[in-house]
Design a protein around this ligand. Structure first.
Ligand code: E4P
Length: 220
């Protein structure tokens, strides 16, 4: 199961990558814009930090033909790029063509079971069901994620499920139980997932007990 960081912040990527757990990064126009400066420079920096990592890069054109050309250009930047294209019906024909061309796509902004089915049938590499944004409009994001996983298993599709727009530890834990192929999480959520109060409490207890032996103790 792959762990992606949902950020374009190179300082945070570099820091968390030291854990050895990071398989890649998902960028989008929002998190690239947050960094300011040249998006191309930001992306190059991420490539340098994660030479083996899978990096999702989203198209920014609107016209389908321009998206087709841009998707090819993004895919050429690095073998491990996943090109993100929004799951909009006007793009289905070029999604089909890009899959036929062998371009690895991560279809983003997937919010319904039908959209998920269409993308599986088009044989895209990855779909990104958005959990948090569905919850935010009063729907059940995790139920949709479960449906997207069941769809893949039920029909034996090869398309990978990347759980996106995750907001809480509980959502990530449920995504793991559902057997998603990948998750993408913010650096903040990574820290929340990694910490446990009983780990901290236990460490404090061990330190205190060890100190009670006095300072001259050698071990081993
Ligand atoms: C993933 O690829 C998406 O860009 C991301 O998870 C979006 O999540 P948001 O709802 O936090 O913007």
């Amino acid at each position: 199961m792959k762990l992606y960081l949902d950020t374009a912040d190179s300082v945070l990527i570099q820091e968390i990558n030291k854990t050895g757990l990071v398989d890649g990064v998902t960028t989008n126009p929002t998190n690239l814009a947050k960094q300011g400066g040249s998006p191309r420079d930001v992306i190059e920096k991420i490539f340098t930090l994660l030479p083996q990592g899978t990096i999702s890069l989203e198209v920014t054109e609107k016209d389908p033909e321009k998206i087709y050309t841009q998707a090819h250009a993004l895919a050429k930047l690095k073998d491990s790029v996943l090109v993100k294209i929004p799951c909009h019906s006007t793009y289905y024909p070029i999604i089909k063509r890009l899959v036929t061309d062998g371009i690895r796509l991560n279809i983003t902004l997937v919010f319904s079971l039908a959209q998920a089915l269409w993308m599986n049938k088009l044989d895209v590499h990855t779909i990104s069901p958005f959990v948090g944004r569905l919850d935010e409009i009063g729907q059940d994001g995790l139920a949709f994620l479960a449906d997207a996983c069941a769809l893949r298993n039920q029909y034996g599709f090869k398309t990978e499920v990347l759980a996106a727009s995750l907001r809480t530890v509980a959502q990530v834990e449920q995504a793991i139980r559902l057997g998603v192929d990948a998750i993408t999480i913010s650096p903040k959520l990574f820290r929340e997932l990694s910490a446990h109060e009983l780990t901290d409490k236990g460490m404090a207890q061990f330190t205190a007990d060890w100190s009670s032996l006095g300072s001259g103790i050698r071990f081993p």
